[in-house]
Design a protein around this ligand. Structure first.
Ligand SMILES: NC(=O)c1ccc[n+]([C@@H]2O[C@H](COP(=O)([O-])OP(=O)(O)OC[C@H]3O[C@@H](n4cnc5c(N)ncnc54)[C@H](O)[C@@H]3O)[C@@H](O)[C@H]2O)c1
Length: 271
C-alpha cells in the first residue's frame, strides 16, 4: 500500500492479539514499528522475531510517565513518529456489578491511554509528512450486550473521541479514524479445544452476514489502508470490518416472517 513503507508506527497492545498482527503487517509493509504493551516477555519475543525494524517498549497505558517514555523511545529509535495505532484494550467488565474502580480501569486503558499518547506524540505527528491515528472501536459500541457495560461504553466513547480528534488535529494535517472489527480470530482461538472452536464457528456463522469470523489480516489490512495514501481523504470515520455483523437486524440471516404472510404481502402490492 502506498505511504506505509519507511514510516514509523507506534502500535499499542502490540504483544498480543490483533496488535501482534499489526506489528507483523506494518513491518512486512516496510514500516518501522514500536510495539507497546504491558506484556514484556511476549512483546520482546515478537520484536526479536520480527527483526531490526521493530522494537518493543514496555508500557502501561494507565501511567503517563510510561507513555512519555514510549514516545521518547520511538523518536530516538527511529527518528520520527507517523502513525499511532491504539489497539490495546481490556475486556474486563463486570457489567452492572462493575464498581467505580472497574469503570475507571476500563476507561483508563481503552480510552485515556490512547488520548494521552496522542497528546505526547503530537509534536512528532505535527512534523510528519503523513501523520495518521487509528483507534479501535467494536461492534459492542452500538448494541446492548448481556452483562457487559464497561467495555461497550469505552468503545462508544472511542468513536466519539475519534471525531473530536479528527476535527481538531486536521489543522496539523493529521487524519484520525477508527476501525470497527467484528469477531476476529486470534491465534489461540485457532488452536483452542475442538468444542471451543465449534462454538466459535457456530456463533461466527450466526452473527456475521458472511457466515464466519474475520481473519486477522482482514483487520490489519484495513488499518494499513487507513494509514496509507489511499485513504488520504478519510478522517473522522469509523471503518466497519465486521463481515456485515453490524448491518444485520435482530433476526440475523433467519427468515422469520411466515412464507404465507410474505406471499400475501407481495400479492397486495399494486401491480
Ligand atoms: N478480537 C476481536 O474479535 C475484536 C472485536 C472488536 C474489537 N476488537 C478490538 O481490537 C483491539 C485488539 O483486540 P484483541 O482481541 O487483539 O485484544 P487482546 O486482549 O488480545 O490484546 C490486547 C493487548 O492490550 C494489552 N494491554 C492491556 N492492558 C494494557 C495496558 N494497561 N497498557 C498497555 N497494554 C495493555 C494486552 O497486554 C494485550 O496484549 C481492541 O481494541 C479490541 O477492543 C477486537
Amino acid at each position: 500500500m502506498k505511504g506505509i513503507s519507511g514510516r514509523v508506527a507506534i502500535v499499542t497492545g502490540g504483544a498480543g492479539g490483533i496488535g501482534a498482527g499489526l506489528v507483523r503487517a506494518f513491518t512486512a509493509a516496510g514500516a518501522k514499528v514500536v510495539s507497546a504493551d504491558i506484556l514484556e516477555e511476549q512483546g520482546a519475543a515478537l520484536a526479536k522475531e520480527v527483526g531490526a525494524n521493530c522494537a518493543f517498549k514496555k508500557t502501561d497505558l494507565r501511567i503517563d510517565a510510561d507513555i512519555e517514555a514510549l514516545v521518547a523511545f520511538a523518536a530516538e529509535k527511529f527518528g520520527e513518529i507517523d502513525f499511532l495505532v491504539n489497539a490495546a484494550c481490556t475486556y474486563a467488565d463486570k457489567g452492572g456489578e462493575a464498581d467505580r474502580a472497574g469503570w475507571m480501569t476500563g476507561f483508563d486503558i481503552n480510552l485515556f491511554g490512547g488520548i494521552v499518547l496522542m497528546q505526547k506524540a503530537l509534536p512528532y505527528l505535527s512534523k510528519s509528512s503523513w501523520p495518521c491515528i487509528v483507534n479501535f472501536s467494536s461492534e459492542a459500541a452500538h448494541v446492548g450486550l448481556p452483562s457487559r457495560w464497561v467495555y461497550p461504553a469505552t468503545k462508544a466513547a472511542i468513536e466519539q473521541v475519534t471525531r473530536s480528534q479528527a476535527m481538531d488535529l486536521a489543522v496539523h494535517g493529521i487524519r484520525v479514524n477508527a476501525v470497527m472489527p467484528g469477531w476476529t480470530a486470534k491465534p489461540w482461538q485457532l488452536t483452542a479445544p475442538k468444542e471451543t472452536q465449534e462454538q466459535y464457528a457456530y456463533w461466527g456463522n450466526r452473527l456475521h452476514m458472511l457466515g464466519r469470523v474475520g481473519k486477522m489480516e482482514e483487520v490489519t489490512d484495513a488499518v494499513l489502508f487507513l494509514c496509507s495514501e489511499h485513504a488520504g481523504f478519510m478522517t473522522g470515520s469509523c471503518l466497519r470490518v465486521d463481515g456485515g455483523h453490524s448491518a444485520m437486524g435482530p433476526q440475523g440471516r433467519d427468515v422469520v416472517l411466515p412464507t404465507t404472510l410474505r406471499k400475501g404481502t407481495a400479492a397486495a402490492q399494486p401491480k
